[in-house]
Structure formats: structure tokens, C-alpha cells
Write a protein that binds this ligand. Structure first.
Ligand SMILES: N[C@@H](CCC(=O)N[C@@H](CS)C(=O)NCC(=O)O)C(=O)O
Length: 174
């Protein structure tokens, strides 16, 4: 059985991390069954065996693969008879980079405090300190989400090409 470590909130049924979602979508696309193992920001001991300090970690028997893109490549190579992820298609690469450089950071400006509030007490401290420093140049999470309703139209505009694409076809990649 394939296994995937997946970051979780205080309630382990709440999973919110985008890179883990990518792998879940890839596994679903390839119709591969997987067991999800919940992880936490401050409990990285669980994934020490992988030599990495970030989720996403995927286990397939003896094989341990880290990083969502590497996992996708691995799944393509190891499971060639299931539906292809078409990783080399231009639009897939474009979506990967657009998501990482634009979508994630813009979305985080809306939901950072909600993520924080859903975490366990220890994870809350870690998330606040790391995100305020790394993602928001010292702004507090509360300052970051301030006036988010007013910023919504701008964010919706950023999504307009996606929206138009999905009005025309069921999936971004056709
Ligand atoms: N490039 C990696 C990024 C992995 C990543 O950023 N994982 C997040 C969860 S989605 C994480 O583990 N963060 C832990 C931390 O910030 O301490 C991938 O594609 O999997």
C-alpha cells in the first residue's frame, strides 16, 4: 500500500497543505490507493527517516520519495499503465510555476490566520514565527489578513484565466 505523509491541523482530519494536495490529486488521477499519515509542523521526527524536513513524503515499499514534483515523476515511471499525468506538457509546467510563484502567496494573504487558528498550540507558535518572518517580512498574521474582503476582487481577477478555461473544459489541462 502506498503511503503519504500529509500535514494536518489540530484536528487530524483537516489537511490544508497545497503540495500534499498535489500528490493526492496525482494519486487520484492515476487511481492509486494510498494511506495518509497525518504529520505536524513541530513533529518532524516522524519524517526524519526520509532525510528531509518538509512534507510531502511518499512511501512505496522500500522507496521513499520527497517533493511533490519528484513524487509525480516517480508515479509516472513506476505506474506507466495508469492514466498519465502528462508532466512534460507545457500547460502542466506553466500551472506548476504559476501556482508556486503567484497563487500560493496571494492565497496565503487571505487564509494565513485561518490556518494558524486551526493548528495545535505548538504548531501555532511555529507557524506564526516562521510565516511572519519568511512570508510576510515581519508583518503579523493579523495585519496580513486585514481588509481581505476589499482585496478579494483583485484576487478574483488573478483567477480569471483559470475561470474562463474551466468554463470551456472540465479540467485545466483539457
Ligand atoms: N517543494 C516541496 C515543498 C514542500 C513543502 O513546502 N511542504 C510544506 C507542507 S505543504 C511543509 O512541509 N512545510 C513544513 C514547514 O514549513 O516547516 C514539494 O513540492 O513537496
Amino acid at each position: 500500500m502506498l503511503k503519504l505523509y500529509d500535514l494536518a491541523a489540530a484536528n487530524v482530519n483537516i489537511r490544508f497543505r497545497p503540495y500534499c494536495f498535489r500528490v493526492k490529486m496525482a494519486l487520484a488521477h492515476k487511481k492509486l490507493a494510498v494511506k495518509f499519515l497525518p504529520g505536524h509542523f513541530t513533529e518532524k521526527k516522524e519524517i526524519e527517516f526520509s532525510g528531509k524536513n518538509k512534507f510531502t513524503i511518499h512511501i512505496d515499499g522500500e522507496n521513499i520519495i520527497a517533493d511533490s514534483w519528484e513524487i509525480a515523476k516517480y508515479l509516472e515511471n513506476e505506474y506507466p499503465n495508469s492514466t498519465s499525468l502528462k508532466l512534460m506538457n507545457g500547460e502542466v509546467i506553466f500551472i506548476k510555476f504559476w501556482t508556486e510563484s503567484i497563487l500560493h502567496s496571494e492565497l496565503l494573504k487571505f487564509i494565513a490566520l485561518d490556518i494558524h487558528n486551526s493548528l495545535s498550540p505548538k504548531d501555532k507558535i511555529y507557524f506564526r514565527i516562521s510565516r511572519e518572518k519568511i512570508n510576510f517580512a515581519g508583518q503579523t498574521l493579523e495585519e496580513v489578513v486585514l481588509n481581505r474582503e476589499k482585496r478579494l476582487p483583485h484576487f478574483q481577477k488573478l483567477l480569471s484565466s483559470l475561470r474562463k478555461t474551466l468554463n470551456q473544459q472540465n479540467f485545466v489541462a483539457g
